[in-house]
Design a protein around this ligand. Structure first.
Ligand code: NDP
Length: 270
């Protein structure tokens, strides 16, 4: 017999989670602040009614919203609300103190991918993943409940930096009349090539040996100055190239000019 499941929060992601559970054949109860329905799920008017299910999945905007709703009536909490590692650990401690079984997860996917193989659900702490398999591939990342949130923010940080860089590039190309359609195919192969450099860069940050015959920080600081100048000349915002230029320049000033880009981590770790 399958566990009964409730979903708290029917935003873009919560609705997709509830649908995936229904499709997997679970008996699903849903609650949302603004009344909302999901086909073949039972809607209830209070979180307390939703807590009667064996498993409660939460997918609310933030922990500030989620924490006041939680009570010890919950049997098993599968927390998919995004937060910091500290927030996740705090909820794990709350669950332990209140006799609530706890799974901390993060969703590395967009709502449209939920229920497909492309969706990876990282989870930490409790190794029993309960209903996570209905949403995608569950991947356990460690015993500490805060680890899933840590992986989430680290990976999203790469995504935001990449998307920010792409948008700066599209604006720069667009300022000379080159369309995203024409430019984007070049970016995908470029990103693939750049990502092959990451393992070596990671190793350099571990050994803290930054000798290079590939590309010195000096030349990259100059490059970032050129990108900032070119963006400014086209009337574009320069926040992103300037921020990187400032960070790289500090590393250069601290004696890393002849070192590889990996040496910038010495500034970040401060
Ligand atoms: P939405 O903005 O679409 O939904 C937010 C949800 O939080 C809604 O159910 C909303 O209720 C509820 N909510 C907000 N404020 C309150 C409040 N004060 N009291 C009660 N409920 C409240 O966000 P998403 O669904 O996109 O995101 C939800 C979580 O999933 C976030 O933590 C997000 O980081 C995570 N996530 C989202 C991804 C995505 O691609 N969308 C990807 C991976 C993770 P109401 O409808 O009443 O406003």
């Amino acid at each position: 017999i399958k566990e009964t499941v409730s979903v708290l929060g029917l935003g873009r992601m919560g609705s997709a989670l509830a649908k995936a559970l229904v499709e997997e054949g679970y008996e699903v109860t849903v609650w949302n602040r603004t009344p909302k329905t999901v086909p073949n799920a039972r809607s209830v008017g209070t979180p307390q009614e939703a807590f009667k299910s064996d498993v409660v999945v939460t997918c609310l905007s933030t922990y500030d919203v989620q924490e006041p709703l939680l009570t010890n009536e919950i049997k098993t909490l599968v927390n998919l609300t995004s937060g910091t590692p500290e927030e996740a650990r705090r909820t794990a401690q709350w669950a332990k103190a209140n006799g609530v079984e706890y799974v901390d997860g993060v969703i590395m996917a967009v709502p449209q991918q939920i229920g497909t193989e492309q969706a990876r659900i990282l989870f930490s702490g409790n190794e029993k993943h309960h209903v996570l398999h209905a949403f995608g591939e569950p991947v356990h990342v460690g015993e500490d409940a805060g680890l899933a949130a840590l992986y989430d923010l680290a990976l999203l940080g790469i995504m935001w930096a990449t998307f920010g860089g792409y948008l700066q590039a599209v604006a720069l190309m667009g300022s000379e009349g080159i369309t995203p359609e024409r430019f984007t195919p070049m970016t995908t192969s470029w990103l693939n090539e750049m990502s092959t450099l990451l393992p070596e860069m990671g190793e350099e940050t571990r050994t803290r040996r930054y000798e290079t015959d590939v590309s010195a920080l000096d030349i990259n600081v100059s490059g970032l100055r050129l990108l900032t100048e070119a963006s400014r000349a086209q009337g574009l915002d320069t926040t992103l190239p300037q921020a990187l230029h400032g960070l790289f320049e500090r590393a250069q000033g601290n004696g890393h000019g002849a070192h590889s880009i990996a040496s910038v981590i010495e500034e970040i770790r401060k």
